[in-house]
Write a protein that binds this ligand. Structure first.
Ligand SMILES: [Zn+2]
Length: 206
């Protein structure tokens, strides 16, 4: 860098911390980190609309994933199908109640809260309006909750358990399992469209 740039014009790569000078981009341009390729700046209105659409999709998939049958176990002529909600509710009495609460919060509550906060922040911005009150707090909350959204871990854990009980009973996957898989893909796509810097920039410019 030849001359020192003001701090608010610098943008640090969220993956590798390389510093770049920010720039106003055209409608179809995007900026990526020169060192590691992480997306830094996205075109504003369009990427906001993409993220809103994907967050809505994720919320609907989430509801399907909780209430539809997750898996069906058959052994010796008996079969039983359960949804994630039913399983969590099975622990809702006695000393295991905190477990039921933690399961529902980590698998269901936090992702829905996060998608809701993202939609709240981005909806006015995508319509070229000023951000709604407390948008900055809502976006910070969505960012802080990200490491706690554990749909992927849940699917991996389930897969391991299925392999283990595969020898004892015949197990078939219900629609909720596939809804969870679609949810993971939708979440990954959303992260690909989402540039924190662009959103902070849009929230800041009233
Ligand atoms: Zn980088």
């Amino acid at each position: 860098m030849s001359s020192p740039a003001p701090l608010d014009q610098l943008i640090a790569c969220p993956s590798c911390d390389a510093l770049h000078r920010s720039a106003r981009l055209g409608e179809s341009e995007r900026a990526a980190c020169a060192r590691c390729g992480t997306l830094l700046i996205t075109p504003r209105a369009r990427s906001f609309l993409h993220v809103i659409a994907l967050a809505f999709t994720a919320m609907i998939l989430m509801i399907a994933a909780i209430f539809f049958p997750f898996l069906k176990i058959s052994a010796q002529g008996f079969s039983h199908a359960s949804s994630v909600f039913e399983v969590a509710m099975a622990f809702s009495e006695g000393f295991l109640a905190p477990l039921a609460f933690a399961v529902l919060m980590l698998i269901v509550g936090l992702p829905i809260l996060r998608f809701g906060a993202l939609i709240y922040v981005l909806w006015p911005l995508a319509n070229a309006r000023p951000a709604w009150p407390h948008a900055a707090q809502a976006f910070r909350l969505a960012e802080e909750l990200e490491p706690w959204s554990m749909a992927e871990i849940f699917i991996i854990g389930t897969a391991v358990a299925l392999v283990k009980i595969g020898g004892l009973a015949s197990v078939s996957l219900g629609p909720a399992f596939w809804a969870f898989c679609a949810l993971i893909i939708v979440t990954a796509l959303k992260n690909a469209f989402l540039s924190q810097w662009t959103i902070w920039d849009a929230i800041g410019r009233k």
